[in-house]
Design a protein around this ligand. Structure first.
Ligand code: FES
Ligand code: FES
Length: 913
């Protein structure tokens, strides 16, 4: 670049080119770059300097573009990821290492991470782990657990990198993500990256009270009198039913509240206008009057006499409940030699994906087309059918890339508002939630209030288990019924408990809806169960690991639902795998603890049933061969960063007998891909993976049948032709005339896990497979301040078969980071923690080294033996940390997060006992 050109006062040297901008006064550089200069590779996660997603280089220094007024960048050199990738060898090397290490999962943080890393590598050629941590400390990632990112940057500097398996490799190999390049070069298009600049925008008006009655004023007059506003939306504009919900029997949430709102942040209306008008719009000016009403915010007050009732037909605000019981718990407790009991509580946990909900909608030939980030495109379409009062054929959902979901993007958010707005105006529209919109209005992890009593006989066998959990489901049901049903099935943990009772209730409150969040209530119940297991072991004077191994489920022993797995039960192997570290780390902790800093070692286990609980849960995958010999896979399973695109392609390619790199992915798109179900409940590797396996096998069988070739034949695809090499003979099969979709051979297959309904006692076969896990953690506790710092994790996971070991490790590290956050720092409080500086999530400096041990106890139902993994990974993390704190200090924490104040109070209580 020729800096002597002295660019004009309104010019920026953007990626080496002089570009002119005319920003509004105070306009953010991120806004100018994205909306006026086409640099959509700059991502926005908070607009407040908290997430670092918007990081760019300004005169070679990393800067949050959302905090810099564009005017300050005039005459200066601004580099974004895309620009660096075009010209900078360091950025290009970094991109290779990010892909080699699986350091980009969803990819929304990747531009900020990579730009920050380029700045570091320019000044420190071979940075250490600590230097990388420092330099990238301002960029948040919610997916990876950061370790792969650190490794990728260190490897770029050192030039020492792991060899990835060739991209052609199939099941069981650590190939790079098939969709990884777009994540590291800045071309991945997320929900806010689709709409053309200048598209009409939407602002949502939200309730400022937890519970209130409201009256709308002259909305039409307000819109007419406000320059740039074109239309409004209220409940009156919903042509179908003003309700949505993910479970038909519990569809209770309005798109726009009518007369009464039930939580702070609930949408009551929206306005549509030009980008300038929407950026000027002050929600306080909207014509509405409020009359606050009494509100309940926790499960106790919500069930008290005289409490305001949220929904008709749900006395005492009980949404629904779940029950599993077997044996005779009362008799078992009378036989028990020792009994422990406790009450464990947790708060709301925010998903805090770095990409807020966003999308774009337009009318195309009379149909409504919604492009938005989602985990469940077909469910989105079903919701819009009801809300819009239109058939499915009128609606197309085209998911964008998803910048993290973790369960919350299973529910619709922007989609109904976008669809209503384009329907009303006839024009394209876009809507991106602000961080506050996102945190106020979308679902959270259920707060829990659990009481649990467990007995054991002197020989260490569990003898009696009585669990009750009340879950705060917020103002609307969302996935609350799933949590209520799933928790009693899982509350035993992966152990043999013959005499068992577990009851749960979901309770409505005037809080944001609680929904799906990695684990559906099981992480909360595991805290109570695994902490009390340690207490029980202590009373029995048994080693906690040996106590767990003694009681662990095995092949052939019934679960608390009476389900017997004759194969595939891997919990014992997970626990055994921790044995060496358990002994070594306890010795290390004892040797290094001081009066001021005490080290503790804790462990916990977990299990998780993959897929829906006792409900149909099919996935359909279509594949085919085009006339030019291209192998296509219509893959409708949403990849939200976890790696479904890669894993399902590896499974399909292995079944078909071709290299994974030969597979061309299509979808998801409700017009083009069959329904692969939602990305939730750790079901995609297992369920959609099986559908992909069946599709690949069917396609192969059709092709082999053309020449009666044997199972071992080798297929080669060419334009117009398939070559089949079989036992030394080459056959040539001309490709038939393509069908309307352009496919010559085609195979569409469905897989639905075999389950049986639960009876009134919760007995049945709720899942075809479980995955298993056990975590060990070493923590350092500052005895004066109560701060807790994990210093090492060892995580053993039974995944049945690791389809892609690198992606397995990525899931484990990301899940541990979220479990750590839940254990130590995260609590969403409406009105108080509605942004990413008051709501803390783990940063790069919070995550210690993680040793992942992959256990492969094959499952008869899984594709090539594979089990689901996504949810399992954070279930043992929090209880392992709480057990480590107890080991270090003697203090038992019973409420998460274990903030320094709570830990210090618990330590003080022990000292004064
Ligand atoms: S968008 Fe700039 S720091 Fe989050
Ligand atoms: S990969 Fe970092 S936020 Fe998703």
């Amino acid at each position: 670049m020729n800096k002597s050109m002295d660019p004009a006062a309104t010019s920026i040297w953007l990626n080496g080119q002089a570009v002119t901008a005319t920003p509004a006064p105070g306009e953010r550089l991120s806004e100018t770059l994205r909306e006026h200069l086409g640099a959509r590779d700059v991502k926005v996660g908070c607009n407040a300097g908290d997430c670092g997603a918007c990081t760019v280089l300004v005169d070679n220094a990393p800067v949050c573009a959302c905090l810099m007024p564009t005017q300050q960048a005039f005459g200066r050199q601004v580099d974004t990821l895309a620009g660096l990738m075009a010209t900078d060898a360091l950025a290009q090397a970094l991109a290779e290492q990010f892909q080699n290490h699986g350091a980009a999962q969803c990819g929304i943080c990747t531009p900020g991470m990579m730009v920050s890393a380029v700045a570091l590598l320019r000044t420190v050629a071979a940075p250490s782990t600590a230097q990388v941590s420092d330099a990238l400390g301002g960029v948040l990632c919610r997916c990876t657990g950061y370790r792969a990112i650190i490794d990728a940057v260190v490897a770029t500097g050192s030039g020492v990198a792991p060899e990835c398996a060739p991209s052609s490799a199939g099941v069981g190999t650590a190939i790079r993500r098939v969709d990884g390049l777009a994540k590291v070069n800045g071309t991945e298009a997320f929900g806010d990256d689709i709409a053309p600049p200048g598209t009409l925008e939407i602002a949502v008006i939200r309730a400022p009270h937890a519970h209130a009655q409201f009256d709308l004023g002259d909305v039409a007059g307000f819109v007419a009198a406000t320059p740039g506003l074109m239309a409004s939306l209220t409940a009156a504009d919903v042509p179908g039913v003003n309700r949505f919900g993910v479970i038909p029997a519990f569809m209770d949430q309005p798109v726009f509240a009518e007369k009464i709102n039930r939580f702070r942040g609930e949408a009551i209306a929206a306005v549509i206008g030009t980008p300038e008008a929407i950026s000027r719009f002050d929600p306080q000016s909207f014509p509405v009057t409020w009359r606050p009403l009494a509100a309940v915010s926790d499960v106790d007050t919500a069930q008290a006499n005289g409490a305001p009732q949220l929904h008709d037909g749900h006395p005492a605000n009980v949404m629904c409940g779940g029950l599993v019981t077997c044996g005779d718990p009362a008799a078992a407790f009378s036989r028990a030699d020792v009994v422990v009991e406790g009450r464990y509580r947790s708060g709301f946990v925010e998903h805090a994906y770095i990409e807020p909900e966003a999308g774009f909608a337009r009318m195309v030939d009379g149909r409504i087309e919604v492009h938005a980030c989602t985990q469940a495109p077909v469910m989105d379409r079903e919701a819009l059918e009801i809300i819009l009062g239109r058939p499915a054929s009128d609606i197309r959902i085209v998911p964008t890339a998803v910048g993290g979901g973790f369960g919350s993007k299973l529910d619709v958010s922007v989609q109904p508002i976008l669809a209503l707005a384009t329907l009303k105006t006839g024009l394209p529209v876009r809507l991106t939630y602000s961080r506050t919109d996102s945190m106020q209005s979308t679902t959270k992890r259920h707060p829990s209030d659990i009481t649990l009593r467990i007995g054991a006989t002197q020989d260490g066998r569990i003898c009696g288990f009585d669990f009750y959990g009340a879950f705060n489901t917020g103002a609307y049901a969302s996935w609350g019924p799933t949590v209520a049903n799933r928790v009693p099935v899982h509350a035993s943990g992966p152990y043999r408990v013959a005499d068992y009772r577990a009851e749960s209730k979901g309770i409505y409150t005037h809080c944001p809806p609680s929904g799906a969040f990695r684990g559906f209530g099981v992480p909360q119940s595991a805290i109570a169960q695994e902490c009390l297991f340690d207490d029980l072991a202590e009373k029995l004077e048994m080693d906690p690991l040996e106590f767990r191994i003694l009681n662990a489920l095995e092949n052939g022993t019934p679960t608390v639902c009476g389900q017997v797995f004759e194969q595939g039960v891997g919990i014992k192997a997970c626990l055994e795998a921790l044995r060496p570290a358990w002994a070594a780390e306890r010795n290390w902790a004892a040797a290094h603890s001081t009066d001021t800093t005490r080290y503790g070692v804790g462990l916990a286990a977990g299990w998780y049933g993959c897929g829906n609980t006792s409900l149909p849960n099919p996935s359909t995958i279509k594949s085919g061969i085009r006339a030019d010999g291209t192998v296509v896979l219509h893959q409708g399973a949403m990849d939200i960063g976890q790696g479904a695109n890669t894993v399902i392609a590896q499974i399909f390619a292995t079944a078909l007998g071709v290299g994974t790199d030969l597979v061309t992915l299509i979808g998801p798109d409700t017009d083009r891909t069959p329904d692969a179900g939602k990305t939730s409940a750790s079901r995609q590797t297992y369920v959609s993976g099986n559908a992909a396996r069946l599709s690949g096998e069917s396609l192969r069988a059709q092709i082999l049948a053309c020449v009666n070739a044997s199972e071992t034949a080798v297929l080669t695809f060419a334009p117009g032709m398939i070559h089949i090499d079989d036992a030394g003979t080459r056959h040539e099969v001309p490709l038939p005339t393509p069908d309307a979709e352009g496919l010559t051979f085609k195979a569409e297959e469905t897989y639905d896990p075999p389950t049986r309904p639960l009876d009134q006692n919760g007995q049945g076969a709720p899942y075809a497979q479980f995955g298993y896990a056990a975590h060990l953690v070493v923590v350092a506790v500052d005895m004066a301040f109560g701060t807790v710092k994990p210093v090492k994790f060892v995580a053993a996971h039974d995944v049945g078969r690791a389809i892609n070991p690198m992606l397995v490790e990525g899931q484990v590290a990301g899940g541990i980071a979220q479990g750590l956050g839940m254990a130590l720092m995260e609590e969403y409080i409406p009105g108080r923690t509605e942004n990413l500086h008051d709501y803390l999530i783990p940063t790069i400096g919070d995550i210690p080294p993680i040793e992942t041990i992959i256990i492969e106890e094959p499952d008869a139902h899984g594709p090539y033996g594979a089990k689901g993994l996504g949810e399992h990974v954070l279930i043992p993390t929090a209880p392992a940390i709480l057990n480590a704190i107890k080991h270090a200090t003697g203090a038992r924490i019973t409420r998460v997060p274990a903030t320094p104040a709570r830990v210090r109070a618990a330590i003080d209580a022990v000292r004064h006992e």
